[in-house]
Write a protein that binds this ligand. Structure first.
Ligand SMILES: [Zn+2]
Length: 409
C-alpha cells in the first residue's frame, strides 16, 4: 500500500491537470472552420458555440494529418452539412469524424508540418475559437514529432500496474442492456417523447454503433428490438458471454414530482467500496483540499480497486464523463439493489440517463443529438477502461499532454 500511495503522489500533478480542466468542460457544437495563410505559418480557426477542450496532434500514416480531438463536440456548420470541406495552402481538405472514440476534426496536409501553437480565444463577433498554428518542417522533424500524444500514465496503466484489476482482454466484450421493452414500457412517456423502453433502446443502439465503429469491441445486446427480456436472462447473457462490462441503460421517473433531473450511475458492491473509501480518507494523506474532490475520489477509487471493485471504477469513469456533458442528479457513488446488478461475476453499472418526469430531461433524452452526446460520454468511459484492448490506441482522454488546451470564457 505504501508504494501505491507514493506513486499516487507522483501522479498527482498530471492527473490534477487533466481532471480539473475536465470539471469545467462543456459540450459545444462546431459552427465554423476557417483558415489564415501567413508567410511562415497557417492558422486554423475552429469556432464553437461553447468553450471546448481539445487536443491537437500530428499523424504521419498513411498521410500527413492534423488531428484535433475534442472531449465533446457536435457539427453544426450550415455551409458544410456533410462535415467536410477544403482547406487552403498546405491543408488539402478536412472532415469531421463524429464516430471516432472522441469527436475529431482531421485535416489532411500536403506537406510535413508541426503544430507551432494551439490555444483558445474568447468570442469576438462569433463563437469561441480554437486556434491552431501549423508551420512547415522537414520530413525528419515531422516523423519525430508526429504520433499519438505522448503517453504518460492513464487510468488503465495505474490500475494495471498498481492494482492488478485491469481486464484480461484481447477483445473487450461489452454487454449493452437497454432496460425494459415489449410489454414492459418502464417509465411512462411524457412531454411528447417515447416511453422509457424506447429511449433506452435508442441510446443502446447508438452506443453499440459507436463501439462497433472502432472494430475493437465485441458488443452484445440484451435486446435490439422492442421485446421483453426477463431480468435474469439479461444477467445470464452477460455471464455466459464472460463479459468485461455490463451496462444497463435506463431513464428515471420521480412519479408526480417533475423536479428531479439529471443522470445517476449505480454500481454494485458499493458497501465495500464505501467502507474502504471512508478509511482511506480518514488515514489522510491522499486528501488534499487544493485538489478537486473528483480527483481525490478517482485516486482513492483507483488505489482501492480490485476485482470486486471493477464496477465502481467504471462507474466513477462514467460519472466523470457524463458530468462533462450532462447534469448529474447525484454526483456521488450510488448504492443499488437492482436485480440486474446483483450478479457478482460481471462488472456492472446501471446508468439512469435522466428523468422522463422532468420536461428538460425528457426532451434531451428523446433528442437523437443529445442521446449521441450521452453515449459518447459512455463510450469515453469505456475507452478509458478498455481502450487498449485489441491493440487499440491508448485513449488520450486521461493523458496529460502539452499540446492540449481549453478555450476560456
Ligand atoms: Zn428503468
Amino acid at each position: 500500500m505504501v508504494t501505491v500511495v507514493s506513486m499516487m503522489k507522483t501522479l498527482l500533478c498530471a492527473l490534477a491537470a487533466a481532471a480539473s480542466a475536465s470539471a469545467a468542460a462543456l459540450a459545444g457544437d462546431i459552427t465554423a472552420v476557417r483558415f489564415g495563410e501567413h508567410p511562415d505559418y497557417t492558422r486554423i480557426v475552429i469556432e464553437t458555440d461553447q468553450p471546448v477542450e481539445f487536443r491537437a496532434f500530428a499523424l504521419s500514416e498513411p498521410a500527413a494529418r492534423l488531428v484535433v480531438q475534442f472531449d465533446q463536440a457536435g457539427w453544426d456548420v450550415g455551409a458544410l452539412p456533410a462535415g467536410a470541406g477544403r482547406g487552403v495552402g498546405p491543408v488539402g481538405s478536412f472532415r469531421f469524424d463524429e464516430n471516432a472514440s472522441a469527436p475529431r476534426l482531421v485535416f489532411t496536409l500536403t506537406r510535413p508540418f508541426m503544430v507551432r501553437e494551439s490555444f483558445g480565444l474568447d468570442p469576438a463577433d462569433g463563437g469561441y475559437r480554437t486556434v491552431i498554428d501549423i508551420e512547415p518542417v522537414s520530413e525528419a522533424a515531422f516523423e519525430r514529432t508526429s504520433g499519438f500524444p505522448a503517453q504518460t500514465l492513464t487510468l488503465d496503466d495505474i490500475i494495471m500496474e498498481e492494482v492488478g484489476a485491469a481486464p484480461q482482454c484481447e477483445v473487450a466484450r461489452i454487454v449493452i442492456d437497454p432496460g425494459h421493452g415489449g410489454r414492459d414500457p418502464g417509465a411512462t412517456a411524457r412531454f411528447g417523447g417515447g416511453h422509457e423502453k424506447d429511449v433506452n433502446l435508442a441510446a443502446g443502439l447508438i452506443l453499440r454503433d459507436l463501439l462497433n465503429a472502432t472494430g475493437r469491441y465485441e458488443v452484445i445486446m440484451t435486446r435490439d428490438t422492442d421485446v421483453f427480456v426477463e431480468l435474469e436472462d439479461r444477467v445470464g447473457i452477460a455471464r455466459e458471454a464472460r463479459a468485461d462490462l455490463f451496462i444497463s441503460l435506463h431513464a428515471d421517473s420521480a412519479g408526480d414530482n417533475s423536479g428531479p433531473r439529471g443522470a445517476t450511475v449505480y454500481s454494485m458492491n458499493h458497501r465495500a467500496a464505501d467502507r474502504s473509501r471512508t478509511r482511506a480518507i480518514r488515514e489522510g494523506d491522499w486528501v488534499d483540499t487544493n485538489r478537486p474532490e473528483e480527483v481525490t475520489r478517482i485516486l482513492v477509487e483507483m488505489a482501492l480497486a480490485n476485482k470486486e471493485g471493477e464496477s465502481e471504477v467504471f462507474a466513477e469513469a462514467l460519472r466523470t464523463e457524463v458530468g462533462r456533458t450532462a447534469r448529474l442528479w447525484r454526483d456521488q457513488p450510488m448504492q443499488a439493489n437492482f436485480a440486474v446488478l446483483t450478479d457478482g461475476s460481471t462488472p456492472s453499472v446501471l446508468f439512469e440517463m435522466g428523468f422522463l418526469t422532468n420536461r428538460e430531461d425528457a426532451q434531451r433524452l428523446n433528442d437523437p443529438r443529445e442521446q449521441r452526446r450521452l453515449m459518447q460520454a459512455a463510450m469515453a468511459a469505456i475507452e478509458s477502461r478498455f481502450g487498449r484492448c485489441a491493440d487499440g490506441e491508448p485513449s488520450p482522454r486521461y493523458i496529460a499532454q502539452a499540446g492540449g488546451s481549453r478555450s476560456t470564457r
